[in-house]
Design a protein around this ligand. Structure first.
Ligand SMILES: *[C@@H]1O[C@H](CO)[C@@H](O)[C@H](O)[C@H]1NC(C)=O
Ligand SMILES: *[C@@H]1O[C@H](CO)[C@@H](O)[C@H](O)[C@H]1NC(C)=O
Ligand SMILES: *[C@@H]1O[C@H](CO)[C@@H](O)[C@H](O)[C@H]1NC(C)=O
Length: 253
C-alpha cells in the first residue's frame, strides 16, 4: 500500500517545491512587464552613471540606463525642462527615480496589472524611504513645473510633453507643498512616502552604495512575505494557483 503511494507523494512534494519557488521569485526578483524592462533580471556590466548601483542584478539594459540620463530621452520623450531648465541638483533625483523604476528587480510586491497602451504592469505605493523623498523635494523646490501629476494631461502634439493650455509655470514648492505631494502625486501613487528611514530594511531606497549590496532585496523579501501571509491579493495569487493545482490530486486520492 505505501509503496503504491510513493510516486504520488514524490510528485506532490515536487509540485509544492515548484510552487513555493515560483511564489517566491514572482515577488522577490522580477521585472515588471512594461515598456523597456528586460524579461528577467540579470547582471549588466555596462550600466551608466547613476544606474551603476544595479549592475549586479538589473531589469534595465545598458542602453536604457544610458538613455535615461539624457534630456527628453527617446525612452518616453519626456522633457524635464518643460518650464525652463530644471536645476541639475533636482534633475539627478529624477534620473535616480528612473534608474530605480527601470532597473530594480525588487519592486515585485508592488507590481499591479494595468490596462495601458504602453505597459501591462505598473508599481503602486512603493514605500519610499523618507529621507530619499525629503531630499528630492528639497533639491527641487526652486525648479519649475506646471502640473502635479506628470503621468497625464500633457499636450503631446509637438512629440514631447508641453504644459497644457490653462496651466502656468510655478515653483515645485507651489505645485508640491510637501515631500509627500511630490513623491506620491508625481507618478499617480507609484510611491508612497514611508515613515521608515534608509537602512531600516522596511522602505525602498532610490539611492544606495552598491558596495554594501542592494538594500532593497531585504525590503522586497520582507514585504513579499508579509503580503503572502496577509491580505494582499498580489501575494496570494501564486499560492492559490498552487492550491488549485494540488487540491484535485488530493481529492482524487
Ligand atoms: C481594459 O481595456 C479593455 C479594452 O479597452 C476594456 O474592455 C476593459 O474593461 C479594461 N479593463 C480594465 C480593468 O479597465
Ligand atoms: C497644444 O500645443 C499646440 C502647440 O504645440 C497648440 O497649438 C495647441 O493649442 C495645444 N493644445 C492644447 C489642448 O493645449
Ligand atoms: C511609523 O512607523 C512606525 C514603526 O516605526 C509605525 O508603528 C507607525 O504606525 C508609523 N506611523 C505612521 C503615521 O504611519
Amino acid at each position: 500500500m505505501p509503496w503504491k503511494l510513493t510516486p504520488l507523494l514524490l510528485f506532490l512534494a515536487w509540485m509544492a517545491y515548484k510552487c513555493s519557488a515560483r511564489a517566491r521569485t514572482d515577488l522577490f526578483n522580477v521585472c515588471m512587464d512594461a515598456k523597456h524592462h528586460k524579461i528577467k533580471p540579470g547582471p549588466e556590466d555596462k550600466l551608466h552613471d547613476q544606474c551603476i548601483p544595479w549592475k549586479k542584478n538589473a531589469c534595465c539594459s545598458a542602453k536604457v540606463s544610458q538613455e535615461l540620463h539624457r534630456d527628453t530621452s527617446s525612452l518616453y520623450n519626456f522633457n524635464w525642462d518643460h518650464c525652463g531648465k530644471m536645476e541639475p541638483a533636482c534633475k539627478r533625483h529624477f534620473i535616480q527615480d528612473n534608474c530605480l523604476y527601470e532597473c530594480s528587480p525588487n519592486l515585485g510586491p508592488w507590481i499591479q496589472e494595468v490596462n495601458q497602451s504602453w505597459r501591462k504592469e505598473r508599481v503602486l505605493n512603493v514605500p519610499l524611504c523618507k529621507e530619499d523623498c525629503q531630499s528630492w523635494w528639497e533639491d527641487c523646490r526652486t525648479s519649475y513645473t506646471c502640473k502635479t501629476n506628470w503621468h497625464k494631461g500633457w499636450n503631446w502634439t509637438s512629440g514631447s510633453n508641453k504644459c497644457p493650455t490653462g496651466t502656468t509655470c510655478g515653483t515645485f514648492e507651489f505645485y508640491f507643498p510637501t515631500p509627500a505631494a511630490l513623491c506620491e502625486g508625481l507618478w499617480s501613487h507609484s510611491y508612497k512616502l514611508s515613515n521608515y528611514s534608509r537602512g531600516s530594511g522596511r522602505c525602498i531606497q532610490m539611492w544606495f552604495d552598491p558596495a554594501q549590496g542592494n538594500p532593497n532585496e531585504e525590503v522586497a523579501r520582507f514585504y513579499a512575505l508579509a503580503m503572502s501571509a496577509g491580505a494582499m491579493p498580489q501575494g496570494i495569487r501564486p499560492l492559490l494557483l498552487c492550491l488549485a493545482l494540488i487540491l484535485p490530486l488530493w481529492l482524487h486520492d
